[in-house]
Design a protein around this ligand. Structure first.
Ligand SMILES: Cc1cc2nc3c(=O)[nH]c(=O)nc-3n(C[C@H](O)[C@H](O)[C@H](O)COP(=O)(O)OP(=O)(O)OC[C@H]3O[C@@H](n4cnc5c(N)ncnc54)[C@H](O)[C@@H]3O)c2cc1C
Length: 405
């Protein structure tokens, strides 16, 4: 039976998180118009802060939004790393001058900066995609929306996060649950926090905490620890999340405890960590017809190298560049409609360029997560050897440059 199509569109992006907005903006900067469908009624700005390292800033520079964001995010000078082992404490300083520009950004600042440079009408809120099918006549994707409408797109990019409908259409393996969970929050200091421009990172067994300044009045902090079944009872109650977190970091540096103690309860987030196995990224079929994925729907990562968001912004830059390169010679306003093969070629170039970058990031993140999580000394030793062999330069991923838009 023929499907009643409500609307025909050229480029459709599903999901208005960091990746979807960055992709729409990258395409816009290259003169390509897209429509972004987001299930929420407004921009989703919650979720604390996000570390953007030098590779992420290079990509944001290409998108033309970095200069708006820098004034709202303190430039960090170093990592103060503390390892607690029984009664002993080891301390090390790692200077960012050797790693490159690193700042913690409020997610809301990043999301708003990307969205405000988009042409009016690009984002359609309250549009949840329920399923994707191929049109048997044209081979273009048809999206079924929650409001009963069906949209046919010439090109579809799924940026719909870890539980992606578009990834399901591509038959990608589901994201896995990591044994760790993460709590994140903000602490406000109306008269200034006086905190050094550094990330204070403390590790004890499989608990890892971090505290970093975002602005002169705002500190961001996180605590990752092993997931316990009873944690699910705590998840919805900020007071219990705070209590549980303070319990978890007992014996940690006083600065860390004080920051959690004074946190703003309304900013607390607690969730399980999910990831795409590196092998699934290596082998995944990331394009079917004129449909592909980017961001967490392609490569959800645990936060142990702090790169999921930056990698999503890199995806956007590379995707738009590949599209424009292929359209350059003979693009006109009707051209996309006619050239399914050209879209497929551009998408394949995008996937090929991204794949090994993402496999490396996901592998490093995976190994670091399991190093933290494992209690077996032998297992830890094996992971340390693997990390030493595969990632001799721990920060090589930050020196990566995704190139010009
Ligand atoms: C604890 C934690 C800490 C992190 N820390 C860092 C860090 O320091 N640095 C860093 O770079 N990264 C970090 N990350 C990773 C980073 O947050 C993610 O990689 C990034 O947010 C992914 O963006 P996205 O746009 O791909 O997905 P999402 O942010 O999940 O956005 C998906 C969007 O799609 C929408 N959507 C979903 N389904 C549908 C549908 N069916 N129809 C329409 N819309 C839909 C959602 O509403 C949402 O707006 C961290 C992640 C976690 C969990």
């Amino acid at each position: 039976m023929a499907l009643a199509i409500s609307e025909d569109l050229e480029i459709v992006i599903v999901g208005g998180g960091i990746c979807g907005l960055a992709t729409a903006l990258a395409l816009h900067r290259k003169g390509l118009k897209s429509v972004l469908l987001e299930k929420s009624e407004t921009l989703r700005t919650a979720g604390g802060a996000i570390a953007i390292q030098a590779n992420g800033w290079r990509a944001l520079d290409e998108l033309g939004v970095a200069s708006k964001l820098r004034p709202n995010a303190i430039l960090l000078e170093r990592i103060r790393e503390i390892v607690l082992n029984g009664g002993e404490q080891q301390e090390e300083f790692i200077h960012y001058s050797n790693i490159g520009e690193t700042r913690w950004l409020k997610r809301s600042d990043l999301i708003e900066a990307l969205a405000e440079d988009l042409p009016l009408g690009t984002i359609r809120f309250g549009c949840q995609i329920l399923s994707v099918k191929l049109d048997t006549n044209t081979c273009f994707p048809i999206l079924q929306l929650n409001n009963g409408n069906k949209i046919r797109a010439k090109m579809l990019i799924g940026c719909d996060g870890a539980n992606s409908v578009v990834a399901d259409f591509l038959e990608l393996k589901p994201k896995k649950l990591h044994p760790s969970s993460g709590v994140r929050g903000f602490t406000y200091y109306p008269n200034g926090h006086g905190y050094a421009p550094q990330l204070l990172r403390t590790r004890r067994g499989n608990t890892l905490s971090g505290v970093a300044p975002v602005t002169d009045n705002l500190l961001f902090w996180f605590v990752n620890h092993q997931w316990h079944p009873q944690d699910s009872k705590v998840m919805e109650d900020p007071k219990m999340i705070k209590q549980m977190t303070l319990q978890t970091i007992k014996g940690f540096p006083k600065e860390t405890i004080d920051v959690v103690q004074s946190c703003d309860l309304s900013t607390l987030h607690f969730n399980n960590l999910r990831y795409q196995a590196p092998l699934d990224i290596l082998l995944g079929r990331f394009r079917k017809g004129t449909v592909t994925v980017a961001g967490d729907s392609m490569h959800a990562m645990t936060p142990f190298v702090g790169q999921g968001g930056s990698a999503a912004i890199e995806d956007a830059v590379v995707f738009a560049r590949c599209m424009k390169r292929n359209f350059q010679a003979n693009y006109n306003k009707d051209f996309i409609y006619k050239s399914e093969e050209m879209i497929e070629k551009a998408m394949d170039e995008y996937v090929n360029e991204r794949r090994m970058r993402l496999v490396k990031l996901a592998t490093q993140s995976y190994l670091m997560g399991y190093l933290l999580d494992s209690s077996s000394l032998l297992f830890k030793l094996i992971i340390l050897v693997l990390l030493g062999v595969l990632f001799r330069d721990r920060y090589a991923h930050v020196r990566y440059n995704c190139g010009k838009l």
